[in-house]
Design a protein around this ligand. Structure first.
Ligand code: PGA
Length: 255
């Protein structure tokens, strides 16, 4: 089955809700309706902007898909500062980034926490974008596949083949995030292919339907070479997604 390409902008902790509205409108203006037939386009603003952006998307019938950057796994309760999956579902959030390396490194998220979040997102009919990736030390020590090969099954433990087929996994080598240092397309393909093999070991043919993205200093100049690789189905874009011109150029990577 053909996997539709997916390019998601992760705005991280940037943009007020007013700026987010403008960024969304500018992005929409720069895209052609036909682009959306070729690639699913998502944006992940901070929580404080989700409602505003959702309203703009709905009012202007945009095909841009709303994504969130994080979620808690519980339905509700005494978890000060957290956001429940049901709250995102009600805002028509389609994708939720789970286990981004910044969450794993700066906020102590373990594979077990990521696994709970993945299940909570699925239970609410949304699609997790589950992130994995090795550090520079791990890569230099030849441990990249070992690291990613343990993150994938641990973060997806207990999922059905059907759930894995509908999932998005993002391979984001930590040394490439925000550094301007992109993985060579061959290296990215090698790791993404390895992730698909790992999925196949656990869930068989479902692995051929899972969309796997590359993330880490994606820009308009390197996206086409990455997209040309057979197992890479899209990109998770940080810094460059804050500029609607750059992000639109990444979405239209074939132009
Ligand atoms: P970057 O971030 O594109 O700024 O490297 C990617 C990410 O963290 O998803």
């Amino acid at each position: 089955m053909a996997r539709k390409n997916l390019i998601v902008g992760n705005w991280k902790m940037n943009a007020t809700h007013l700026e987010a509205i403008q960024m969304t409108q500018k992005l929409h203006y720069r895209l052609d309706p036909k682009d959306f037939d070729r690639v699913d386009v998502g944006i992940a603003p901070p929580f404080t902007s989700l409602r505003s952006v959702q309203t703009v998307i709905e009012a202007d019938h945009m095909r841009i898909l709303l994504a969130a950057q994080n979620v808690h796994w519980e339905e509700s309760g005494a978890f000060t500062g957290e956001i429940a999956p049901g709250m995102l579902e009600k805002l028509f959030v389609r994708y939720v980034i789970v286990g981004h390396s910044e969450r794993r490194q700066l906020f102590g998220e373990t594979d077990e926490v990521v696994n709970r979040k993945v299940k909570a997102v699925l239970a609410h009919g949304m699609t997790p974008i589950m992130c994995v990736g090795e550090t520079l030390d791990e890569r230099e020590a030849g441990l990249a596949t070992e690291r990613v090969g343990s993150q994938v099954p641990a973060s997806l433990r207990g999922l059905t083949a059907e759930q894995v087929a509908g999932l998005v996994v993002a391979y984001e080598p930590i040394w490439a995030i925000g550094t301007g240092r992109t993985a060579a397309p061959e290296d990215a393909q090698e790791m993404v292919g390895f992730i698909r093999d790992t999925l196949r070991q656990g869930w068989g043919g479902a692995a051929d339907e899972t969309r796997i993205l590359y993330g880490g200093s994606v820009n308009p100049g390197n996206i086409a070479a990455l997209m040309a690789k057979k197992d890479i189905d899209g990109g998770l874009v940080g810094g460059a997604s804050l500029d609607p011109d750059k992000f639109a150029a990444i979405v239209r990577y074939w132009v």
